[in-house]
Design a protein. Sequence first.
Lengths: 153, 153, 168, 168
Amino acid sequence: SRVRFLKAFEEVNDKFQEIYTKFFDGGKAGLKMLEEDNPLDTGIDIVAQPKGKRLQSITLLSGGEKALTVLSLIFSLFLVKPSPFFLLDEADAPLDDANTLRFVKLVKVLSEKSQFLLMTHNKNTMELADTLYGITMQEPGVSSLLSVNLNEV
Amino acid sequence: SRVRFLKAFEEVNDKFQEIYTKFFDGGKAGLKMLEEDNPLDTGIDIVAQPKGKRLQSITLLSGGEKALTVLSLIFSLFLVKPSPFFLLDEADAPLDDANTLRFVKLVKVLSEKSQFLLMTHNKNTMELADTLYGITMQEPGVSSLLSVNLNEV
Amino acid sequence: MKIKKLEILGFKSFAEKTSFTFPPGVTAIVGPNGCGKSNIVDAIKWVLGEQGAKTLRGRAMEDVIFNGSEKRKPTGMAEVTLTFSNENGAAPRQYSEFSEISVRRRLYRSGDSEYYINNSPCRLKDITELFLDTGIGSKAYSIIGQNHINWLINSKPEERRFVLEEVA
Amino acid sequence: MKIKKLEILGFKSFAEKTSFTFPPGVTAIVGPNGCGKSNIVDAIKWVLGEQGAKTLRGRAMEDVIFNGSEKRKPTGMAEVTLTFSNENGAAPRQYSEFSEISVRRRLYRSGDSEYYINNSPCRLKDITELFLDTGIGSKAYSIIGQNHINWLINSKPEERRFVLEEVA
Ligand SMILES: Nc1ncnc2c1ncn2[C@@H]1O[C@H](COP(=O)(O)OP(=O)(O)OP(=O)(O)O)[C@@H](O)[C@H]1O
Ligand SMILES: Nc1ncnc2c1ncn2[C@@H]1O[C@H](COP(=O)(O)OP(=O)(O)OP(=O)(O)O)[C@@H](O)[C@H]1O
Ligand SMILES: [Mg+2]
Ligand SMILES: [Mg+2]
């Protein structure tokens, strides 16, 4: 199990760097074991350095930079061990237009191997979707599904 | 000081109800003292009931409903004791288009008595602003002010 | 295992039975503030075994049962059913001959709760075992709730091991 | 007291001196992710006396000093100056004849920090007293940081008294 953990750590770390540089057009990202000699108990640090910036604590990153860092990490976990579906509730809310487009492009690629359910208010994200479900409260206080045909949007 | 607290409580409570029904086109909102007989130490509960829904704990409200409830309360504090400026960092992020427009309309009205600084990615909010400041990192890692003339947007 | 269908009845704001099928690719779920989008996320977490009322934004688990509206009385039960297709036989041995697997969870106002796999009663433990090693679960890395995107950054280093162990 | 001007130098990503004037009405501050918008909010909270490094997203207060970039070395000092107009004489008595009041805060890498009111050195206590009862302050109800909109809902009932006492 120690060997399996180290293998997973290496693979996720590699993918994390790969996806992160795709999102930020450069920069560096990685995972760090706090106690390298104790892989079965060690805590994990996340390191992220956007392009052109000095390396600093991830707590100093902006709202959008944090969201993209987490999305890069989640997608790298997926590439190592695919999950049958993703459920992301307004994950695009902190992103500016350019980063929303990068996010949706990557989702589109990954959606060939997994189903994506995205709750969103963002028009760029809606345009990308294969299917659109509208939720409404035509009767106040009671939710129902409005089947929306994509051509109508 | 007990009298002053009770007076402020009453005034904020009235304004909160007024502004909340403006935002939600109805519904009820208010403040509750947990210990009415001990105004100087009591905790304060926030009660909010969107139009057409049963009264429930505020924790069950949606992301956008919570944001509008807080904005109603903050603006009602302002009407009782004006603050010279408001600084709202992406407070419009959880709002849908309809609620964003209600939010910006109210901000426009209040901005006659106070300055508003709004960080935003939302085009509806940008259109409302009297002045637009662009922040850029033309030199990577270094922020600078891009003076933007509103007509250029 | 791919998600095929979600059926919600009496769970939070879904008073009437509502069914969703999930076509492949990307499905966007849209609607005004407060219409019930995040309640769908809560329904999926709940049927997969979520035990914390606070994680579902409630104070007690009973808060997930439809609590009434202007015109309707509260209902007595919440029920969510999630159906997966099992074409590639990824499910554990005892379920391998089923082409579809459905899990159901019910909660009554009385506090009684029931779990089902393919319509036969089971325990929560059976549901957790069913999804072991499939990447499906209420705490899976692939479910990110509203305003929760930064949890991996705000969490302690020890808590982050959990996601790596999941993929190991 | 109305805000007239904000000057930032060496604070977070603002390596060069940057000045903002605040016209009346609504000013929208826009720009791509990570460009420095929230750092402006932090600069205003900091000059008004914020003492918690964590509230400014750092681990130690030194994290607010410009830490370098691809082409620049870290600087040795962070400085923020906020200037108010005092036309209606709302400021406390000893400042009532000034038509403008400016507060400045500096932090050096050595850990030394300095406060100024109208260019003369003072203590943090003087700045807090200056703003007493004006509605201005790093914890004022009118400053809402990013992702912080729900703090009033998520806080405990006792913590909410604070905002009511501010207006009482
Ligand atoms: N048990 C319940 N019975 C009836 N209604 C409920 C129940 N629990 C929650 N609700 C209602 O559901 C609504 C919240 O829905 P939800 O959080 O899914 O909205 P949303 O579509 O995600 O909105 P947003 O875009 O603002 O995030 C609230 O108005 C709340 O009152
Ligand atoms: N001391 C410092 N020195 C240099 N750069 C810093 C310092 N502290 C923070 N930064 C940088 O400032 C950037 C964050 O800026 P900020 O949070 O203001 O962005 P933002 O414009 O609000 O973006 P978003 O739209 O994503 O919220 C980070 O990339 C961070 O590395
Ligand atoms: Mg929601
Ligand atoms: Mg920001």
